[in-house]
Design a protein around this ligand. Structure first.
Ligand code: SAH
Ligand code: DHB
Ligand code: MG
Length: 222
């Protein structure tokens, strides 16, 4: 039973049992596909978790690094109160324009601020504007920059901020120490950062599902 087919079937079961039908998010994924975006968004079950984390956290300000077509952004925006805001950072102008139309489609544009450009530049701008602190920060962009993004996340946080870093297990390749894969190195760097920063108390959860075998790290700022 323990194979990719059953992981997907169980994800489908989770969605069918616990979620309302969601034509809006279906159309977001269809638009992403039609516009040639890679299907590397979080799964529905993971998106719902991000939304629940936002609610559990009482988040009013969320920061996301890596928008793609805005699928995860929309899930988190749905976890915000009406006066809440999510700032999401995306390098690729095409991804950003698809995301913008998806935000309109999902009726969350009033809660989303999308900044286009290299995230490190956008983060520096947010720092200069004193845009923090954010209550929840989701890191899901170019993996080699994970330590830089975590470092900015600390600067834009407060005690109690929750930081989630996606894709840190990578089919178990996180154990590979040879340094040949920059994405794996980025995953390992996330572990080193969280393990090495005394202000961060964290764990990581391995996941299987529609998106295969991966996982996320989650930490709270003390
Ligand atoms: N969070 C999204 C998936 C993000 S995929 C979801 O779950 O729906 C990663 C995204 O990070 C891609 O759109 C990619 O273009 C973007 N990205 C890559 N390098 C980046 C950088 N330096 N700055 C900002 N975004 C970057
Ligand atoms: C990749 C990136 C992601 O954010 C993800 O969730 C899955 C895969 C990737 O770059 O391969
Ligand atoms: Mg990801």
């Amino acid at each position: 039973m323990s194979n990719k087919k059953s992981w997907r079937a169980v994800d489908d079961y989770i969605v069918a049992s616990l979620f309302e039908p969601d034509p809006v998010l279906d159309s977001v994924l269809a638009a992403n596909h039609d516009q040639g975006l890679p299907a590397i968004d979080v799964s529905p079950a993971q998106g719902k978790l991000l939304s629940l984390l936002a609610r559990m956290q009482g988040a009013k300000r969320i920061l996301e690094i890596g928008t793609l077509g805005g699928y995860s952004t929309i899930w988190m925006a749905r976890g915000l109160p009406s006066d809440g805001r999510i700032v999401t950072l995306e390098l690729d102008p095409h991804h950003a324009s698809v995301a913008r139309s998806n935000f309109d489609r999902a009726g969350v544009s009033d809660r989303v601020e999308l900044r286009v450009g290299p995230a490190l530049q956008s983060l520096a701008a947010l720092g200069a504007e004193n845009a923090g602190p954010f209550d929840l920060i989701f890191i899901d962009a170019d993996k080699p920059n994970n330590p830089n993004y975590l470092s900015w996340a600390m600067r834009l946080s407060r005690p109690g901020t929750v930081i989630v870093c996606d894709n840190v297990i990578r089919d178990g390749a996180v154990l590979d120490e040879d340094g040949r894969d920059a994405n794996v190195e980025g995953a390992r760097a996330a572990f080193s950062f969280i393990g090495g920063d005394k202000r961060l108390d964290g764990t990581a959860i391995q996941t299987v599902g529609a998106k295969g075998y991966d996982g996320f790290a989650i930490a709270i700022v003390d």
